[in-house]
Design a protein around this ligand. Sequence first.
Ligand code: PGA
Length: 251
Amino acid sequence: MPRKPFIAGNWKMSLATNEASQLAMSIASTCSDLSDRDVLIAPSFTALHAVADAIKGSDIILAGQNVCWEEQGAYTGEISPAMLRDLGCTSVIIGHSERRTLFGETDQLVNKRLTGALAHGINPILCVGETLEEREQNITFEVLEKQMRIGLDKVDENSAHHIVIAYEPVWAIGTGKTASNEQAQEVHAFLRQLLAQIYKKGLAASIRILYGGSVKPENIDSLMVQPDIDGALVGGAALNAQSFERIVKFK
Ligand code: PGA
């Protein structure tokens, strides 16, 4: 079965409630009834409520940008899967490189969040990616394998099928530098092979792998042509309704 394209917008720590709600309404009016692709937006936690209202009745998937593994309790500063569900989220970004590098999230913590999300019915987007230093040291594949194996630890076949992987080379995020189509495809093919080792080949063939890192209207078409690129996780360009629409409607 062909993999359904998946375009996700990561709004990061941008947009006040009213701005978020306006952007969500624009996206809902232009990108909502596309049955041949999935469209997701991940606003900041504070805007989730307003954005959920703005996209009501559309097919847009609402996601958190992180999640705790427990449903409730003494976890100051965290948001639980139940809280995300309560606001209409069905998905969550986990292990984004900004969480890893700026907030010290380890592969083990990423795994804890991921298994917690799955256990509580939220579909995770697991982000992996190497730094420039790691690429220059020729350890890209080792780094990715470690992130994937630990990130997916204790995730069985039944759960794995709810996961989306996002490959985001850290050196391409917010820098204007994109991995070339060939560089991205090479890594995506590697990740799919790895999934086939961890799970069965059939399951690996059905898991969507998104590319992220300076995705724009100008480069989306040639990225989407690559056989193992199934979509995009978009940061900067997701904050502009026209740019995001063009990316969603890649050719
Ligand atoms: P960017 O961010 O598109 O601004 O590079 C991507 C991301 O961090 O998910």
